[in-house]
Every structure is written in structure tokens, then in C-alpha cells.
Design a protein around this ligand. Structure first.
Ligand code: SAM
Length: 214
């Protein structure tokens, strides 16, 4: 089951490389983690398309290129403490376990969190701390984090996430309207925060205290 779709997986990895993903550790993580185990069974045959797919509850598993782009930007070394907001399918969570030291993830929809837990477990991944709740508040008890990834569109940068970033750490968050956003990278320095606007993105909304209203 885990090694199924080997040919399709290799073609996806080649496609990601053609689209500018050249970090070998990121490409290897895509080879290690079977994306078909993170989508509904009726969509297994489409799991290795470079496309978002529905996962129920009006949510999507993000496009593989988006996950790869995030991971390449973070340039993780295997030692970092990472917080992911928007577990969704759990696929990026699984990729993170291949690249970071400790992974914490928050999802607001309990059924998706449970399904993600099952998918992670089916891949033999137990080394993840999961929480159901409002990720716009972060997870202060476990911070500070070397990296925080937001996998949903936010109207602004959630202040609690900035506070929970370690010095030298970086936050990736798509900021904008419900229909279109710009990916922002924010690095925490000794003196404050450095902000950069990167690629245009399209995510489902981040719903919560520091996000959009439901
Ligand atoms: N990386 C995930 C994936 O590919 O499966 C992203 C999934 S989807 C694009 C974004 C997820 O963020 C959804 O599951 C949604 O329920 C979740 N979400 C939205 N607002 C949230 C919040 N305030 N806290 C935690 N999760 C939230």
C-alpha cells in the first residue's frame, strides 16, 4: 500500500524539480511519504497530480508544489522545532517529520485532525504533537519555534505567531483576501522582524480569532 503508485510518485518529483524545487532533501521527503494515503480513497488515482484535492469539510490538501515551496524556503536541517497551522490531511505534517526535529500541528476541524492522525499512523509516523483548536493563537506552551507554517489564508499576520517565533526563526503565512494572497516570509532577528513578500498563492481561509470569521 505504502509503495503503490511508485511511477506516478517519481513523475511528480520530476515535475517539482522542473518547477524549481532543487532541494534534494525536500524531493526525498516527497519520495518517502505516500501522498495517496492522505487523500480520500476515491481520489487515490489523482494523488500524484500537482494539484490540490478535496479532503472533505470544504477543505483541501494543498498542491504538492506549494508544500515543496514552503519546505524549500525553510531549508530545515533536521534539528528545528516546527509549528504547523492547519493540519488538514496531515501530508505536510508527514513531510515535516522527515525534515525537522520536532513537529507540532493544529487543526480546527476535529474530524480532519482525526483522519490526519490515522493517515500519519498508517505511514508509521507517531512522532507528531497534534492539537485541535484555533491555530491563530499558536501553541504558546510549546514555543518558541524555529519555524511556523500557516497552511491557510490570513487577512493579516496573526500576532501570537510572531510572539512564538524564536530569534532566528521564520514564519511563512499567505496574507490577503479570501480569494488571493501573497506568501509572506517573516524572520525574527535580535532587533525585530524582517518581512518579505514572495509568491502569489490561493488558500482556503484561516478561520479564527486572528483570522477570518467563519
Ligand atoms: N497543509 C494542509 C494539507 O495540505 O492538507 C493544508 C490543508 S487546508 C489548505 C488548510 C487547513 O487549515 C484546513 O484543514 C482548515 O480546516 C485549517 N484551518 C483553518 N483555520 C484554522 C485555524 N484557525 N486553526 C487551525 N486550522 C485551521
Amino acid at each position: 500500500m505504502i509503495r503503490q503508485f511508485g511511477g506516478a510518485r517519481r513523475r511528480l518529483i520530476e515535475e517539482l524539480a522542473e518547477k524549481g524545487i532543487d532541494d534534494v532533501s525536500v524531493l526525498k521527503a516527497f519520495d518517502d511519504v505516500p501522498r495517496h494515503l492522505f487523500v480520500p480513497s476515491g481520489l487515490h488515482h489523482r494523488a500524484y497530480e500537482d494539484a490540490p484535492l478535496p479532503i472533505g469539510h470544504g477543505q483541501t490538501i494543498s498542491q504538492p508544489w506549494v508544500h515543496a515551496k514552503y519546505l524549500q524556503l525553510l531549508a530545515l536541517t533536521g534539528r528545528e522545532r516546527v509549528l504547523e497551522i492547519g493540519t488538514g490531511s496531515g501530508f505536510q505534517t508527514a513531510l515535516l517529520t522527515r525534515l525537522a526535529g520536532e513537529v507540532f500541528t493544529i487543526e480546527r476541524i476535529p474530524e480532519l485532525a482525526e483522519e490526519a492522525r490515522r493517515s500519519l499512523s498508517a505511514c508509521g509516523i507517531e512522532r507528531v504533537s497534534q492539537r485541535v483548536g484555533d491555530g491563530t493563537l499558536g501553541w504558546p506552551e510549546q514555543g518558541p519555534y524555529d519555524a511556523i507554517l500557516v497552511g491557510a489564508a490570513s487577512p493579516d499576520v496573526p500576532a501570537p505567531l510572531l510572539e512564538q517565533l524564536a530569534v532566528g526563526g521564520q514564519l511563512l503565512v499567505p496574507v490577503g483576501g479570501r480569494d488571493e494572497q501573497v506568501l509572506m516570509r517573516i524572520r525574527r532577528t535580535e532587533g525585530g522582524f524582517e518581512r518579505a513578500k514572495l509568491d502569489a498563492m490561493r488558500f482556503v481561509p484561516l478561520i479564527g480569532t486572528h483570522g477570518f470569521e467563519a
